[in-house]
Every structure is written in C-alpha cells, then in structure tokens.
Design a protein around this ligand. Sequence first.
Ligand SMILES: Cc1cc2nc3c(=O)[nH]c(=O)nc-3n(C[C@H](O)[C@H](O)[C@H](O)COP(=O)(O)OP(=O)(O)OC[C@H]3O[C@@H](n4cnc5c(N)ncnc54)[C@H](O)[C@@H]3O)c2cc1C
Length: 436
Amino acid sequence: MVAGGGIGGLAAALALARKNFRVLVLEQAHEFGEIGAGIQLAPNAWHAIDALGVGELVKKEAVFIERMLMMDGVSGEKVIDIPLDERFARRFGNPYAVTHRADIHGALLDGCRASKLIELRSSTRVTGFEIEDGVKISIEKSEPIAGGALIGADGGRSVIREAIVGDPEPPISGHMCYRAVLKADEVPKELRWAAATLWAAHNTHIVHYPLRGWKLFNLVATVIGKHSSGGHNEEASPEEVLPLFAHYCEKPTALMRTPNSFKRWMLRYREPVANWSRGPVTLLGDAAHFMLQYMAQGAAMALEDAICLATCADAMNGDFENAFREYQRLRLTRASRVQISANSLIGLIFHAADGVPRLVRNDIYRNRSPESYYDALDWIFTAPDYVRNFSGKSGRGRSARPSASRTASSRARARSQGSRARAARPLRRRPSPRKP
Ligand SMILES: Cc1cc2nc3c(=O)[nH]c(=O)nc-3n(C[C@H](O)[C@H](O)[C@H](O)COP(=O)(O)OP(=O)(O)OC[C@H]3O[C@@H](n4cnc5c(N)ncnc54)[C@H](O)[C@@H]3O)c2cc1C
C-alpha cells in the first residue's frame, strides 16, 4: 500500500508494478492531481522518469532549456552561466528540462492507470497503521485496510512519519514564496530566455523559466521574513509582494509587475533523520526528507527513492522488512545531502546581503568554466546506478541477501498462499507462472 498519490507515491507504485508487485495507492484528495506550477527536472530526474517508462510522455511538453543562470538582482550582472548543451547532456546522460507539474504527475498517473497491478483510490485519508502480520492501516471514515507493506509517500506533513520518526510538525520557516504562472506573451520580451534564471538579492530571490512548449512562464519569488500565515496556495496581491522585492533592478522588477495576483506558499522543511522505516513500513519523498526547494531536487529525490525501493523489494523477493532496510541504507546519505545543501545555498549565495557579501559572491562565481560547474554538480546530476540500471524486468530475488531473511520471507509467502484474501492483499508479488 502507498499512502499519498503525489509524484513520489505514483512513482513508487509504478516502479513496484514494473517489478511485478500489486500496489494500492490511497490519496486523501477527491482527485489525483498536482498544483498548477512548474518544476525543474535535472538529468538524474530524467533517468528515473525514463526508467518508469513515462519519459516520452513527460518530454512532449517539457522545455529543454539552454542554460542555468544566476543574475545579480541589484546590478543585473550575470554571475553564473551554466550551458546545458550537448556537453552537459553527454556528461550526465540526459538533458535538463522544465515542465508543468501537471504534465509529470499526469504522465505518472496515466502509467499507473494503464497497469493492471495498480489500484488508485482517491478520497481516502490514511490516519495511522499497525504492524500485524503485514500492515493494517486505518482510514478516516472507513474500514481499515490490510496489506503486506506500507510506503508513506504522504508529503511533508506525513502521518506515517509521525508514527515512525515522531518529530513534531515541520515548523513554519519564515521562507515564503510567491508563485505565478504567466502566459508567455505577458512576459517582458527581454526576459523570454531559454534558461532557468535565478535573480539573487538580499534576503530574496526570483526564479523564472518557460513552460509547456513556451506557452507559459513559471515565476517563483522567495523571501525570508515575517510570515502572515502558515498556509499554502493562498491569494496574495501585488501590493503585498512588490515592496518585498523593491531592491531589484529594472528587468526582474518588470517581470514581478506582470501578475495580477500571486499564490503565497509558506515553506516548511525538516532536518535529516537517521531512520525512515519500521518493519514493513517506510517513508519516501517529502515524507522522508522534506527540503527547501532551492536545489530543485525534491521531486527528483522522490523519483530516485521510488526506483531504489522497487529495486530492493525485487532483490529481496518481496521481503519488505529487509528491502526497506536496504532502501534506507542506499538513499539516506544522498537525500540528506541534498536536504542540507538546499539550506546552505541561501545565506552566502542566493540571499547574500547587499554590499561586500554580494561583491564577494559575484567574485567567487564569475568566469568559472562550464566544466567546473559540471564537476561541482556531478554528485547530484549523475543518477545512482540503481536508477541507471533499473529495468522493468523482475530480477526475482537474484541479488544477494541474508539467508535468514530469505527463510523468513519464504515462510511468510508459504503462509499467505493458503488464504485467498491474503493473496489479494496489496503489495504482494503478482502470481506468475515462473514462480517456484
Ligand atoms: C516552490 C517549490 C518549488 C519546487 N521546485 C522543484 C523543482 O524544480 N524540482 C524538484 O525536483 N522539486 C521541486 N520541489 C519539490 C517537490 O515539489 C516535492 O519534493 C515533491 O513534489 C514531493 O513529492 P511527494 O509525492 O513526496 O509529496 P507531495 O507532493 O506532498 O504528495 C503527497 C501526497 O499525499 C497526499 N496525502 C497527504 N497526507 C495523506 C494521508 N494522510 N492519506 C492519504 N494521502 C495523503 C497529498 O494529498 C499529496 O497528494 C519544489 C517545491 C516547492 C515548494
């Protein structure tokens, strides 16, 4: 069972189904969907999307931008310029692209709907779980559901995490972002760049890039300060937003004046923790490693998690307890490194104070070669082997695993074969003629 039908939950379902597991996805919302905004997809994310078999679908509307830019928001100077050309694609095995969230979520959803092994249930809010010969989950206003394992992909305020990690709700961080999606022809001509552009200035930054085959533009302006509420997706007027970015030079200011209204998001995040799992229950995506968006890697990490988790479940032949242990071992350091790096980008780089800190920042980054950026980004943009080598075929437990766990899971499988109800429980391997 998977709690949560966001990018992470759907990717997990798809990855598991490609390894021949049956999956039930439970989503609290009335419909499976994503908010109307853009998302950047780095090469490591594309490797995962391709591995899930939906790459072509997502690429249809994606814009393959030509560069990543960081501009000094005060002087207008170009500080960082990373070409995303052939050299880049050759180095990382995939390009960098931007897309609408609905397009990637929709492609994953189509993939799930096309699979006979995946059942999708909306209007189903998971409220907790018990570990009891597998897992029994409680559902708001409905009967509990039993299954072989549970993946908490229920986002940054995960109830599954509450039971496993027990840390308090992620605090209101003071990081606020204002989002708008504009029609391309509303955007000032001189900013219609084929680039993911970040304007950096004291305590704030502004990101923009084209979307949906250049029909739309995504705009996200972030500020750290006093928050007016802890909510997200709330209306915010230009009168609220523009004074916060009054220290910017003309070009980004012209862009900020374009939307008639913004959507305000109060950003939250968590510090990394050393454990995401309890027995046959684990966490994935934001539920496991809720981060600030400054590395543009939260969804990419959720996609990588999904692939890794399915690979481990396959290698352990459905022994989820051991599979989740291995999944966590493989994912924890990488995801936590991104989580920590996202925080560190703010102080000295994106939000450097005006005056000497800004001049020093520009001096550090100005005139670096593309290769020096590629080297610095290598650890993140190079997809891990389990993502690069993922195939739709099941390895059927061919990977090495401890013999004790093999016996335990074989016993569990033997027990479950006697009961039709159990055999029908989600997250069980589909009976196959090749099964020994
Ligand atoms: C401003 C901003 C910009 C970003 N830009 C990028 C980017 O460019 N690139 C990138 O890779 N990442 C980016 N991210 C991060 C990315 O959006 C997230 O990391 C990613 O969407 C997490 O996916 P998820 O499926 O783990 O969680 P979510 O998207 O939060 O999905 C969780 C799902 O679970 C459901 N749910 C919650 N609780 C329950 C429950 N109890 N029972 C059942 N269902 C439940 C929710 O309704 C939701 O559908 C950005 C984030 C922000 C805020």
